[in-house]
Design a protein around this ligand. Structure first.
Ligand code: MN
Length: 251
């Protein structure tokens, strides 16, 4: 069984979610032949020199612990953690992949993406994506001091949050033609992705063949994942018991 998660948006600002992720790794994930993390595991990743940040260290430590216990983990970066590099992969004990990936499972071959590449109606975002996925741009950005990178990322996120409130909801979803093109280019009929935070199973026809698109759920206060075996995907969710911790409002 292959297990897929995406869009956890882990950050020190959401400590309960970190607890949930650790419990997920120690629980449901252990049965997987491979755990696939399809991007936006982190709220943001400023560069592999940010591994010492306590939140990042905790997340990477949890992943590395699961890997040491025999879990095979693959990480496909999203639009918030595309700067995750080889040092992150080593610290977390996982394999860094680039999209698109194709996974054969039973009779079916699946196209695996983060999902942002399919949101082609959002022209501003696609321009931004082309820029930041360029290796020369990344080299230049990573050459800046860590504090400056964090500040830039914070400013970009604030602007993007403000813009999202203005954009029509449809613009931020996947484009149907982009989905079909991606499937045809990969020579498959089945697609699995995250990013849009619109968990669903879509069944449709692609060139007269039955096609499916499964969208992973983001994590808010619960763990959400897909288990894929020869029979197809199963979507599961769990509110795992979180350890009690001091309430920060009573400082
Ligand atoms: Mn995303």
């Amino acid at each position: 069984m292959h297990l897929f998660i995406a869009d956890l948006h882990l950050s020190p600002a959401r400590p309960l979610l970190l607890d949930l992720f650790e419990q997920f790794l120690a629980g449901p994930a252990r049965r997987a032949e491979r755990l696939w993390i399809l991007g936006d595991l982190f709220e943001y990743w400023a560069g592999d020199d940010d591994l010492d940040d306590p939140g990042n260290a905790r997340i990477c430590g949890a992943l590395a612990g699961a890997a040491r216990n025999g879990l095979d983990i693959a990480f496909l970066p999203g639009n918030r953690d595309f700067l995750c590099g080889p040092e992150f992969a080593r610290a977390a004990g996982l394999t860094l992949l680039q999209e698109p990936q194709i996974l054969a499972c039973g009779e079916q071959r699946w196209l695996i993406l983060h999902g942002d590449s399919l949101c082609t109606d959002d022209l501003d975002y696609q321009r931004f994506r082309t820029m930041v996925r360029d290796s020369a741009w990344q080299q230049e950005f990573l050459a800046r001091p860590l504090a400056e990178r964090r500040a830039i990322i914070g400013a970009v996120r604030n602007r993007s949050d403000a813009e999202k409130k203005q954009k029509a909801a449809a613009i931020m979803d996947v484009n149907g033609n982009a989905v079909e093109q991606a499937l045809r280019a990969a020579g498959v009929t089945h697609l699995l992705h995250g990013h849009t935070h619109r968990p669903a199973r879509h069944a449709f026809l692609l060139d007269d063949h039955a096609a499916q698109r499964w969208v992973l759920a983001d994590w808010t206060d619960r763990a959400c994942w897909l288990e894929l075996d020869a029979a197809g995907p199963t979507a599961l969710t769990a509110e795992l018991s979180a350890a009690a911790r001091p309430d920060p409002r009573y400082v």
